[in-house]
Write a protein that binds this ligand. Structure first.
Ligand code: FAD
Length: 432
């Protein structure tokens, strides 16, 4: 008999809740990862950075596991197909895995749990990717918060050292199932192409956290923010470890980690937001213009607004965009161009290395005004003022749009004041 540890967005062998509980049992633990064809088949780009990132993370895990005399079992297919094969190949006692709060994931896990029962196996899941999940930080009457500030206050009040403690997984490393090494399939074998990528490091230097409050809003500062999003997304760092450092080094940074949990909590309680619905239903009455040519210009970074174009080009080139510029570009799409926030959400979902359904949806609905605790709709970002405040010496713009002062650079595709007025009228009509 073996127990299975099913890795998903927790690709690490240290401080991992489900892995700790799996190894504490006395049964050998078979580590499993599934390249889920339901997800992979939807990716437009065959050299998708996220797939390359996962592949690298698996190889790093694999070399550690091989030193322990074990090996990952890597499957490729739907989770159901993959588990059916695993049940046929092994006598599985228990499956251990960590919670995932996305609608697809909860359905997937429900189906696998059902299948496990049929095969006589138990399914155990644990909180791992957040400090507080779902119902742990709720209002006094037990209802979920929909406003960030009181949520964050309660979150901080609940925090005890206990919640930040690492799971001492290493103590039980001798309990992995012993087997010969099986190579992680090459990217080509799962239908992707290798790509040379410089991923951000998983260890954030103290200095970034210490200077975060003063530096985080300026996109031209290379290390003003931590670039840790992708590692949180795929679990190549532990949130407990990162939050512990934030508690010691910087309250503003901790606050950002709380935003992350806030949006995950919202997605769990209001799964409709992840299925194309506005959090505030009235915003689904907005008559979007949805001009495809204008959308294309926004995507490629040729709107004639240098700060917007810089952001989109940074995204297209690197898979990253600075948070301040995410807000500016999202506001521009939804307000200046009156293009449905779902189009922008989908574009970011395709391009962002740190793409996360909860945070991306939260960010887009915030910008469009339709989200919980969003900016009021009549606050329309002015790209010129944003530039003055956050890229005064134009360093960020010069980096990504070097031709912005030349004749070849396009005229602004809309006039700010006119577009602002049009947005306000359109929103007011929908919300009256
Ligand atoms: P840092 O500033 O160093 O913050 C550290 C971590 O805190 C981030 O990695 C992230 O996990 C979390 N965090 C910070 N700000 C937020 C926030 N506003 N909401 C939720 N979590 C936050 N973040 C994503 O992780 N994935 C997304 O797909 C995503 N899409 C976004 C779309 C829009 C329109 C907007 C406005 C914001 C989006 N964000 C998203 C939030 C934020 O922009 C990124 O988390 C941040 O820029 C990532 O860079 P960093 O790791 O250097 O962040």
């Amino acid at each position: 008999v073996v127990n299975i540890m099913w890795f998903r967005r927790d690709l690490r062998l240290t401080d991992n809740a489900a892995l700790y509980h799996a190894l504490k049992n006395n049964t050998p633990v078979l580590p499993v990862f599934i390249f889920d064809s339901n997800i992979l088949d939807q990716l437009a780009n065959r050299s998708d950075r996220r797939v390359v990132f996962i592949h690298e993370a698996l190889q790093a895990m694999q070399s550690k596991l091989s030193a322990l005399g074990s090996s990952l079992e890597v499957c490729h297919g739907t989770p159901e197909e993959s588990f059916r094969k695993l049940f046929e190949k092994y006598a599985v006692g228990k499956i251990f895995t960590n919670h995932d709060y996305e609608p697809y994931a909860t359905e997937r896990d429900g189906a696998i749990e059902k299948m496990a029962v049929q095969y006589g196996a138990d399914f155990h899941t644990y909180k791992d990717q957040v400090i507080f999940e779902k119902d742990e930080v709720v209002k006094d009457d037990g209802k979920p918060y929909t406003v960030f500030t009181p949520y964050a206050k309660k979150w901080r009040a609940r925090l005890q050292p206990f919640y930040l403690k690492a799971y001492p997984v290493e103590k039980y490393y001798d309990r992995f199932y012993r087997r010969d090494l099986v190579a992680v399939p090459a990217l080509e074998e799962i239908g992707f192409k290798p790509a040379k990528e410089d991923f951000p490091p998983s260890d954030v230097p103290d200095a970034i956290l210490e200077n975060y409050t003063q530096r985080r809003d300026f996109p031209s500062i290379a290390h003003g923010t931590s670039h840790i999003g992708v590692h949180l997304r795929f679990g190549t760092v532990s949130i407990r470890q990162l939050a512990s450092r934030a508690v010691k080094l910087n309250a503003t940074y901790l606050n950002e980690l709380i935003w992350r949990e806030f949006y995950q909590m919202i997605l769990w309680h209001f799964p409709k937001v992840g299925k194309g619905h506005a959090f505030k239903a009235a915003y689904d009455n907005i008559k979007w213009r949805n001009n495809e040519n204008e959308f294309r210009r926004w995507c490629e970074g040729s709107t004639g607004y240098p700060i917007v174009d810089a952001g989109m080009r940074e995204l297209n080139t690197t898979g990253f965009m600075h948070n301040r510029v995410r807000m500016i570009t999202a506001s521009f799409l939804t307000k200046h161009l009156l293009i449905d926030w779902r189009w922008g959400e989908a574009y970011f979902a395709e391009k962002l290395l740190d793409y996360d359904l909860a945070a991306n949806n939260g960010g887009w609905q915030w910008a469009a005004g339709s989200g919980c605790d969003a900016a009021p709709y009549f606050r329309v970002f002015n790209p010129a003022l944003q530039t003055q405040k956050f890229d005064k010496d134009l360093r960020y713009i010069r980096k990504w749009v070097p031709e912005f002062e030349e004749l070849t650079y396009p005229q602004p595709m809309v006039v700010h004041e006119e577009a602002r007025k049009r947005a306000l009228e359109t929103y007011a009509k929908a919300l009256k």
